[in-house]
Design a protein around this ligand. Structure first.
Ligand code: PGA
Length: 247
């Protein structure tokens, strides 16, 4: 059985009060891994409040080791603080900051070098899905990470169809499972020795209502939750659904 991984991506939302509220509502659940990913400014406060119940991540990282790059953060700094994971290649960053696969690969490499787990986001646009190109697009995004995936270090892939993010329209479970299988087969081709150690997460309008249905499928090894992670009761319900998942 795979221990499910639940990641909360607060994006550019939240405040110190949300940290208190999330900790207060945090459920007692075993057999689930949870990583809370606030805006970077709140990482230290969240780490101080974690008390070993959850881990803390970053939403992005600089693609350089350090040096004269005003405004950027280095993966080594995150490691020093106790951060566990870094999201790279989220579609909002790909769109807002023109991050292409090469930039995403460089960032994932910095994260691995610092001993942290990259959560590499992939996903197709609505146009690509309608044109029947969703799987090819996602496979290409995974392939672009081949060198990082061969590193033998912990990596998670988050499948996030762009049209499902923040829209309230989740991918159907059938479509999500099919894409997770396609990603799994791409991982097995790239890193046959250790592909089974990588978890594949689904993201895109996950909420308290659809979480249990998603977790009913062994292919959905975790979720990346945006909007619903800002609602502390809903987020607690998603963690409980992950903990209750069989298989
Ligand atoms: P959403 O965001 O849950 O609000 O759709 C998911 C994400 O962007 O990671």
């Amino acid at each position: 059985m795979t221990t499910r991984l639940v990641i909360a991506n607060w994006k550019m939302n939240g405040d110190l009060a949300l940290i208190d509220a999330t900790v207060e509502a945090y459920p007692q659940v075993s057999k689930v891994d949870v990583i809370l990913v606030p805006p970077s400014l709140y990482v230290a406060a969240l780490l101080a409040a974690a008390n070993d119940r959850f881990q803390v991540g970053l939403q992005d990282i600089g693609r350089h080791d350090g040096g004269a790059h005003t405004g950027e953060l280095a993966a080594s700094m995150a490691a020093e603080l106790g951060v566990a994971a870094v999201i790279v290649g989220h579609s909002e960053r790909r769109a807002d900051n023109s991050e292409d696969d090469a930039i995403v690969a460089a960032k994932a490499q910095r994260v691995l070098e610092a001993g942290l787990m990259p959560v590499i986001c992939v996903g197709e646009s609505i146009e690509e899905r309608q044109a029947g190109q969703a799987e090819a697009r996602v496979r290409a995004q995974v392939q672009a990470q081949a060198e990082n995936l061969r590193s033998r270090l912990p990596v998670a892939i988050a499948y996030e169809p762009i049209w499902a993010i923040g829209t309230g329209v989740s991918a159907s479970v059938v479509d999500a499972v099919a894409m997770h299988r396609a990603i799994r087969s791409a991982l097995e081709q790239i890193a046959p020795d250790h592909a089974d150690e990588m978890r594949i997460l689904y993201g895109g309008s996950v909420n308290a209502e659809n979480a249990a249905e998603l977790f009913a499928h062994v292919e959905i090894e975790g979720v990346l939750v945006g909007g619903a992670s800002l609602d502390t009761d809903q987020f607690a319900a998603i963690i409980r659904a992950a903990g209750a998942a069989q298989g």
